[in-house]
Design a protein around this ligand. Structure first.
Ligand code: MTE
Ligand code: MO
Length: 387
């Protein structure tokens, strides 16, 4: 897919990065694209230190998206965040095989072409790292269009045997872990229960925004579990294994594990849970203005449950409804925009909250369960700007 955004994005890029769009450039229907309109300027946040600088994408390292600069519905491949734990393996594409093993009637070993020649599906999906949070300005986020094949149809063809419980997805990246005093080489891996794995929207993606999956994002093939935190989306996928026990690797059982206080059947307990579906969250990403007309924009991420509203509050004012971008889809980020006319000069606190069709409201920091680990940070995020 050549995105219609693409040429506009290229056109706007330099200008937007500088904060101002040059006069005389073409103006666009502001709402369909979150690009800045003619003469529109970014308002700096006062909760981000001036020293906060983003690096370019670098081999092997974490990359944050600068959410103030979100200027297209799909995150360009060079802006989509990057996280991995064992480096970025360069798999040889000609000898690449995807293995389907374990409790299946028909074990498989597919070349990349055999994967690509299966019926293709496309999906718009965005997500965040389970460790995304305010202290890193919520930059571990991205939204893309993915092309690949259906996981459930592959598993149906493989024929899952009776008694199987779990599907394990192994990456081609190997790290050395010290576990109970022993040094062992382990691959990045995650497990899904069979019902979770058989959701029809799960895909094995080989294209991102119309390009072959870039190295940083898992070339040549990755799992995508729409509505789940990023950790579920195993990159550099080489093996799918079906077994009758729960999978307990580091990224299921020891890391990406949230420790929080919960009431369990009437008893208050500290509970540890593996990070799975995305908790509903809205984030204010940028404020811009043309003259005295200010605009507050941001995004929502969740597990795909339809949302009913996003609201914005300025200082101690009332909650007011924001507009939702018509391009939003079930598993994409949901962009929103709020017109803030004639704000008084000075410092202001602005915050957003999202509500879903079941009436669940994004909690404030005081309302979320008491939590020790930083995983699953989804509370309302008050931000400050100076007008
Ligand atoms: N093979 C492999 N897949 C992986 C990881 C990894 O370390 N190795 N990290 C996971 C985590 S924690 C996240 S947040 C997402 C990030 O995906 P992205 O870099 O494409 O944004 O990849 C997931 N898939
Ligand atoms: Mo992550």
């Amino acid at each position: 897919m050549k995105r219609e955004d693409e040429s506009r994005r290229e056109l706007l890029k330099g200008a937007v990065k500088g904060g101002v769009l040059a006069a005389g450039a073409i103006s666009f229907p502001g709402w369909l694209l979150p690009t800045l309109a003619q003469g529109e300027q970014l308002v700096p946040f006062t909760d981000i230190p001036d020293s906060f600088q983003l690096r370019d994408k670098q081999s092997g390292s974490t990359y944050f998206q600068d959410i103030r600069q979100i200027n297209s519905f799909y995150s360009p491949n060079e802006d989509f965040y990057v996280v991995q734990h064992y480096g970025q393996p360069q798999l040889d594409l000609s000898s690449y095989r995807l293995k389907v093993t374990g409790m299946v009637d028909n074990p498989m070993e597919l070349t990349l072409d055999q994967v690509k020649n299966r019926e293709n599906i496309e999906l718009d999906a965005g997500w965040e790292c389970g460790g995304n949070r305010e202290t890193i300005f919520n930059g571990l986020v991205g939204n893309g269009r993915w092309r690949g094949i259906s996981l459930s149809s592959l598993l149906e063809q493989a024929g899952i045997q009776d008694g199987a419980k779990e599907i394990v997805f192994f990456g081609g990246d190997i790290g050395t872990e010290e576990i109970r005093g022993a040094e062992v080489d382990t691959a990045f891996a995650r497990g899904l229960s069979i019902p979770d794995a058989m959701r029809p929207e799960n895909m094995l993606a080989f294209e991102m925004n119309g390009e072959p999956l870039p190295l940083y994002h898992g070339r040549p093939l990755r799992l995508i579990v729409p509505g789940w935190y990023g950790v579920a989306n195993v990159k550099w996928l080489t093996q799918i294994h079906v077994q009758d026990t729960r999978f307990m690797g580091r990224f299921m059982g020891r890391d990406y594990v949230t420790l929080k206080k919960e009431v369990v059947g009437g008893v208050e307990r500290w509970v540890e849970n593996s990070v799975t579906t995305i908790n509903m969250k809205s984030v204010i990403a940028r404020v811009s203005h043309v003259g005295n007309d200010y605009r507050i924009q941001g995004f929502v991420l969740n597990d795909g449950t339809p949302i009913s509203s996003v609201e914005v509050k300025v200082d101690d004012g009332p909650w007011q409804r924001a507009e939702l971008n018509p391009r939003n889809r079930q598993y994409t980020w949901k962009l929103f925009s709020f017109n803030w006319n004639n704000p008084a000069p000075g410092e202001h606190t602005i915050v957003s909250r999202v509500t879903d069709v079941n009436g669940n409201v994004q909690p404030t920091a005081d309302q979320v369960p008491e939590k020790v680990s930083y995983w699953e940070n989804y509370a309302q995020w008050p931000r400050t700007v100076r007008i």
